[in-house]
Ligand binder design. Structure first.
Ligand code: ZN
Length: 389
């Protein structure tokens, strides 16, 4: 039972040509709804679109398997792409697919979407025995996993499966960090910068002193931190009274994540404490408001988990050496695991993602599709054996 390479390639290219920035996935969702219904699924579009201000929700496609006793399997990928991602012109050089250099390719994550569709084509045209399969094509993964966050997993029969959303073939990502989204609002006191700067407290200076004390970047082998955005000030001749800093911290250890987040807050609070001013009998003090939110929890699927064992067995059948790995990034799998499912992230062949140099080797795409097909077949076979016991 082989993957139809031509069909897979053509679908990928067709999907890449459909614009689908986060919150604007409607066109690609309608194309996929058609595909899923043609393949025999019952399709639901959930209300995530309304909840996140997008033009369509998550697409949930339920396939009834021929083996009702087999363990249902989840296959998921995200429909949205990052900027610049409109009007993508895919170019094929031999087996290498890339954009024309103005936009990303969008193989992240249309390669995952196309692989899932192709595998289901093969299952259907060969009448392969298989379990129930739940397909979830999410929206807004790139906007902070918010499509997956809105997903009601009680709509799914599967409690285990795969997200197809990572790069080099031969890897299964089973561990990912937890992340905090961090926002600091530094308040100073405004004054005329030329006439009476002594009547002001510069929020820019407070922020700068605080940031200068912060450990940022790679903190240790499992922890990172970043201040990524800074906004503030009104004009060059006004002592600024407001600066907003936005950043994040990530760690594979919950304790280290808390410690790093607290460290960043303390650096700013200590800087603010050093800036006080007595003016007309009143006392002014720089201050910091901190807004800290858990963006997503860490993912940790053990090597002994059934889904990891299943993927390993499939890799072995294809003579592929598969390694489980930790990533520094978060993906929909973080959220699905947080919601009680057991989900790992399988690679699709996408490379240099989130850049206009993004490319994909079609041979990796075909191999990844072959892997997923093997996983679907083994998942069916495994349970059949077990129910005969
Ligand atoms: Zn992605």
């Amino acid at each position: 039972m082989l993957i139809n390479k031509e069909r897979l390639k053509n679908l990928l290219i067709e999907l890449i040509k459909i614009d689908s920035l986060s919150r604007k996935e409607y066109d690609v969702a309608m194309r996929l709804k058609r595909e899923m219904e043609y393949l025999g699924a019952t399709v639901i579009i959930d209300d995530a679109g309304e909840r996140v201000g997008g033009n369509v929700g998550n697409l949930i496609a339920r396939f009834s398997g021929t083996l009702p006793s087999a363990r249902p399997l989840l296959l998921s990928a995200h429909m949205d792409t990052v900027v610049p991602g409109e009007g993508v012109l895919p170019i094929l050089d031999g087996d290498i697919l890339h954009s024309d250099g103005r936009t990303v390719l969008g193989g992240d994550d249309k390669s995952g979407v196309a692989i899932i569709c192709e595998v289901l084509h093969v299952v259907r045209e060969n009448n392969l025995p298989c379990s129930d399969i739940d397909v979830v094509f999410t929206i807004c993964e790139e906007a902070g996993l918010i499509g997956a966050k809105c997903l009601d997993v009680s709509r799914l029969r599967a409690r285990t499966g795969l997200v197809l959303d990572s790069d080099s073939v031969g890897f299964l990502f089973t561990k990912a960090p937890a992340a905090n989204r961090i926002e600091f609002h530094v308040h100073g006191l405004e004054a005329h910068a030329g006439v009476c700067p002594e009547k002001g407290i510069s929020a820019v200076q407070v922020a700068a002193e605080g940031i200068a004390q912060m450990k940022l970047g790679r903190i240790d082998h499992e922890t990172t931190a970043n201040i990524g955005l800074i906004q503030g000030g009104m004009a060059v001749n006004i002592v600024p009274n407001s600066v907003i800093l936005k950043g994040e911290a990530r760690s594979h250890s919950a304790e280290k994540l808390d410690r790093q987040t607290e460290h960043m807050r303390r650096c700013l609070e200590e800087a603010a404490a050093r800036h006080t001013l007595a003016l007309d009998g009143k006392r002014y003090q720089a201050r910091v408001e901190a807004k800290i939110e858990r963006d997503y929890d860490r993912m940790e699927v053990p090597d002994s988990a059934p889904i990891v064992q299943l993927v390993q067995a499939a890799a072995k059948n294809l003579n592929l050496d598969l390694k489980t790995l930790a990533t520094g990034g978060g993906c929909d799998a973080n959220i699905l695991n947080q919601k009680g499912l057991e989900v790992a992230n399988l690679s699709t062949g996408m490379r240099d993602i989130h850049t206009v140099k993004e490319w994909l080797d079609l041979n990796d795409l075909y191999l990844s599709a072959q892997m997923v097909l093997e996983i679907v077949k083994l998942n069916a076979a495994e349970k059949t054996v077990r129910s005969e016991e």
